[in-house]
Design a protein around this ligand. Structure first.
Ligand SMILES: [Zn+2]
Length: 279
């Protein structure tokens, strides 16, 4: 595996405090295992993500959970103060994103697609695309130095097909870090053991730590299996027919046309963990 000359910088912009881990936590853990720099951001404060608690009490809890998840892999993290469930793609958000991305100087930025299910996801996905070109424009947000090299932008996986389906440019085998990913999700206790099971009508959540891990493993493994058919051609293309069967869990990313469009070598530099450059 080629070692990059300097650490890569991965920025995952989620709308909510568990989004980065849910759709990109495996890649984040792999990046960290190679000594790269990872920053996981929640643009909103997460105040709407519960059925029993809300407001500052929930925000504080979710900040603590996000910090714990990031600490598990030694990633940087941030929970912003935009209101959960009320995120709008406006000038304020766009300029926040421009400053945030310029300051971090990422090689790769991952976020939601504007087709995702949640309005906060959709608005953030569009806002990131809208911010992309302006990163290089000096007169916009002149207080933060503009970028002379555009990062590569990519989308986190979603299953929605209208108006256009997710196209997996890259599929990463995250089986080696599956337990790390589960541990990161486990840190978001208010979500994976309280709010989401309630919202999704899941059966009773166990109290015991060991049983909770099993509950989460089963849930996430079922999710992996459910998205597998749509990703199978990409898994075979990237891992080869023989190796594909050994790939148990994946994360998928769609490279955007709006930032730097990497060539084969550029893509392999960003995803050194995959065996073949997927072009
Ligand atoms: Zn979310």
């Amino acid at each position: 595996m080629p070692e990059p000359s300097e650490p890569l910088r991965l920025l995952i912009l989620g709308a909510h405090p568990d989004d980065a881990e849910y759709a990109g936590g495996g890649l984040a853990a792999l990046y960290r295992s190679y000594g790269n720099v990872v920053r996981m951001v929640s643009v909103t404060n997460g105040e709407a993500g519960h059925h029993k608690i809300s407001g500052p009490k929930l925000v504080e809890r979710r900040k603590t959970e996000a910090a714990a998840a990031a600490n598990l892999i030694g990633a940087e993290h941030e929970v912003g103060d935009e209101r959960d469930g009320r995120l709008w793609n406006n000038e304020n958000l766009r300029e926040r994103l421009i400053r945030m991305i310029r300051s971090f100087k990422p090689d790769l930025v991952l976020t939601h697609r504007p087709q995702d299910y949640h309005p906060d996801h959709r608005n953030l996905g569009q806002a990131v695309i809208d911010a992309a070109y302006l990163l290089t424009v000096p007169s916009i947000c002149p207080d933060v130095p503009y970028l002379t090299r555009m990062p590569v932008f990519g989308a986190l996986y979603d299953k929605f097909t209208r108006p256009c389906p997710f196209e997996p440019t890259v599929v990463v085998d995250i089986s080696p870090v599956w337990d790390r990913k589960l541990a990161m999700l486990e840190a978001h206790e208010s979500q994976f053991f309280e709010w989401l099971p309630h919202n999704m009508g899941k059966p009773a959540v166990p109290f015991n730590k060991e049983q909770r891990r099993k509950f989460l493993d089963t849930w996430m493994s079922e999710h992996s299996a459910s998205i597998r058919p749509s990703l199978e051609p990409a898994i075979k293309r990237i891992y080869g027919r023989d190796m594909a069967d050994k790939v148990r869990h994946v994360e998928a990313f769609e490279i955007s046309q709006y930032g730097t469009e990497p060539d084969k070598a550029g893509l392999h530099r960003l995803f050194p963990m995959i065996p073949t450059a997927p072009y």
